[in-house]
Design a protein around this ligand. Structure first.
Ligand code: NAP
Length: 288
């Protein structure tokens, strides 16, 4: 029977740990504090930022969403980030993507200081991930970190596995390829120009789809041995406007060893990782 890799039991366990860590930090004078910058009112972005705030408050941390007008001037936007970077009460800052076109030229990875960049987008954090050094003092991108936590919590070994990742974005595919490589998996990173995508997918142990196309992954991407783990990162809307992944879950679920659901799989794990990173940033203040 196929194992459904739901985030729920993992979330329950990790939430307990995060709550205890928050209590400890507060007893020692540090209130973990996240600021989220939201530009405009893209419905998905509003939902994601509210979920982050809700989970932050659930574990006992503080979170402010700074909602900016869609047409906010670039200078005002940059000034707000600069103020957050200089505010010693704030431990983490994230910029909700996507940004409107007039801000798209900004090099987002460099705006939030590396010590508050709990999304793990800053070049210093990415370099630590690439070089697999000093990771306890840097932040690992949240979706990759969440995927590895999910697999680890379900007891899957990563070392030695063949991993195929479809999608080479800076926020999912590339950092995930680094993280799996650091954990001694052998990774093939695929994209829209990859030849033989089906064959590469069929021959792996762990298949990750981070593309953004509903129902892209069907039985034609899978081995007939029913021994693969499928991780669906996609967060898309189906024709009725409902959240769906990249994987055609109904077609695929009986053909694999394990699979993540959407919703309830990688999405919640990403938020958990964000909170782990926030508390990691907050703990730094204990020694000041
Ligand atoms: P992105 O920046 O748009 O990148 C998409 C990637 O997919 C690109 O590398 C692209 O290739 C590749 N691609 C597009 N069509 C393809 C095809 N037909 N075959 C193979 N590869 C193809 O996307 P992203 O930001 O990584 O997001 C991907 C999906 O994950 C979206 O649904 C997003 O909403 C979701 N997401 C979920 C979470 C979560 O927490 N669950 C977090 C982040 C993103 P090229 O590079 O060649 O263009």
């Amino acid at each position: 029977m196929t194992q459904i890799l739901s985030a729920a039991p993992v979330r329950k366990k990790i939430t307990k740990d995060l709550k205890s860590e928050c209590v400890y930090l507060k007893e020692n004078g540090v209130v973990p504090y996240l600021k989220v910058l939201l530009v405009g009112n893209n419905p998905s972005s509003v939902i994601y930022t509210n979920s982050k705030k809700k989970y932050c408050e659930k574990i006992g941390a503080k979170c402010d969403i700074i909602s900016l007008n869609e047409n906010v001037h670039a200078k005002q936007f940059l000034d707000i980030i600069e103020n957050i970077n200089n505010d010693s009460d704030v431990h983490g800052c994230i910029i909700q993507l996507p940004l409107p076109p007039h801000l798209a030229h900004l090099d987002i990875g460099k705006l939030v200081s590396s010590q508050k960049d709990i999304d793990g987008f800053h070049p210093e954090n990415l370099y630590a991930l690439m070089s697999n050094r000093d990771l306890e003092n840097h932040f690992i991108s949240c979706t990759p970190k969440g995927i590895v936590s999910l697999l680890t919590e379900y007891g899957f070994q990563i070392a030695g596995k063949k991993v195929t990742i479809i999608g080479r974005s800076m926020i999912v595919g590339k950092p995930l390829a680094c993280l799996f490589t650091n954990l001694d998996a052998t990774v093939t990173l695929c994209h829209s120009k990859t030849h033989d995508l089906h064959e590469i997918s069929k021959s792996c142990d762990i298949l990750v789809s981070a593309v953004g196309i509903p129902n892209l992954i069907d039985e034609s991407f899978l081995s007939d041995k029913k021994n693969q783990i499928v991780i669906d990162v996609g967060m898309n809307s189906d024709s009725s406007g409902n959240l769906c992944g990249d994987v055609d879950f109904e077609k695929v679920k009986d053909l694999v060893y394990a699979i993540t659901p959407v919703p309830g799989g990688v999405g919640p794990m990403t938020i958990i990782s964000l909170m782990q990173n926030l508390l990691q940033a907050s703990k730094k203040r204990l020694s000041l």
